[in-house]
Design a protein around this ligand. Structure first.
Ligand SMILES: O=P(O)(O)O[C@H]1O[C@H](CO)[C@@H](O)[C@H]1O
Length: 306
């Protein structure tokens, strides 16, 4: 029995987009970077960029949120082939979780081995300040508690097993490298390792929700990221993720502060160069064997499947 393909998540459905992208790039990407709100500036670090508008890619979703430009950019960082999503998709936009995470499966089909996922997030941990970076060490998937999951439905064995672990989802070795790089860039005091929680949005959290998150040892909260990570783990990608803390979550019932997207984007803009330097150096230190930048093959198959 074929998996339900209502949202274009099966190998057959993704082949159109994968083949289209293969026709536009010279060789296989090794890393996929998913850029959070305002973080599309990370794509500016790519050498010899090839820009593919999302609207040109068959069956690819479109970005509808300010700070998400809707372009797939292929290029290199230190000779390593990188694919960068300038713009991601969110459940609150109305996309299904399968649609939101389909680019991760397409990246797998293109030969990607590592997902670097980023987001703008609210600081729940009171020690965190606006502009800090939080390396994600684990997550709480509130949507998943209610069974809202990109892999709900028949499992597609072409990509991964029905049941799979998500402990140690966020690569410890890369986090160690990132901590060292943060220190070398002088951002050590503003670099943390913590727990990211995803809520559905599009509203920001109530004071009571922030207080509840604190009781669960959540350090930062956002409205994205975890669905993509789950699909990446399911199909065997390594994952490294970080949040830029763009606002302090409001836990005071009488506070005049009102979180808003403009302050989120402004906080990202204030860290542009530092974030680009950070990501470039993490990739440089990941020791990808550049000689393994394979030429793109025309067929669409999974490397771990004969
Ligand atoms: O998670 P990213 O895409 O960075 O975006 C974050 O910023 C927006 C809220 O300002 C929400 O979409 C939240 O998820």
């Amino acid at each position: 029995m074929a998996p339900i393909d209502e949202d274009g998540f099966s190998l057959t459905h993704l082949q159109k987009a994968t083949s289209y992208i293969k026709g536009k790039i010279p060789s296989s990407p090794r890393i996929l970077i998913i850029c959070g709100s305002g973080l599309g500036i990370l794509a500016d670090s790519l050498q010899s960029p090839i820009v593919i508008p999302y609207g040109d890619i068959p069956n690819f979703p479109e970005s509808t949120i300010k700070g998400h430009s809707g372009q797939l950019v292929f290029g290199t960082i230190s000779g390593i082939n990188v694919l960068c999503m300038k713009g991601r998709f969110h459940y609150y936009e109305g996309h299904s979780l399968k649609k939101i995470t389909s680019p991760v499966r397409i990246a797998k089909l293109l030969g990607v081995e590592l997902l670097i996922i980023t987001n703008a997030a609210g600081g729940v941990n009171q020690k965190y300040k606006v502009g800090d970076i939080m390396l994600i060490k684990d997550h709480i998937n509130f949507l998943g508690f209610a069974g809202t999951h990109p892999l709900r439905g028949l499992n597609d064995d072409d990509f991964g097993d029905r049941f799979f672990p998500v402990n140690r989802s966020y690569d410890k070795n890369i986090r160690k490298i990132a901590v060292e790089i943060g220190q070398s860039l002088g951002i050590g005091p503003n670099l943390h390792e913590g727990v990211y929680a995803m809520v559905g949005g599009p509203n920001y959290e109530s004071p009571s929700e922030v207080r509840a998150l604190r009781t669960l040892n959540v350090d930062a909260v956002g409205m994205s990221t975890i669905p993509e990570v789950l699909v990446a783990k399911h199909c065997g990608l390594k994952v490294f993720g970080f949040s830029l803390i763009t606002n302090e979550c409001v836990a005071d019932y009488d506070s005049e502060k009102q979180p808003n997207h403009e302050e989120v984007l402004a906080a990202v803009n204030s860290r542009t160069q530092q974030l680009k330097d950070f990501v470039i150096k993490v990739i440089e230190k990941c020791n990808f064997n550049v000689s393994k930048n394979e030429n793109i093959s025309s067929d669409v198959k999974l490397s771990n499947k004969t």
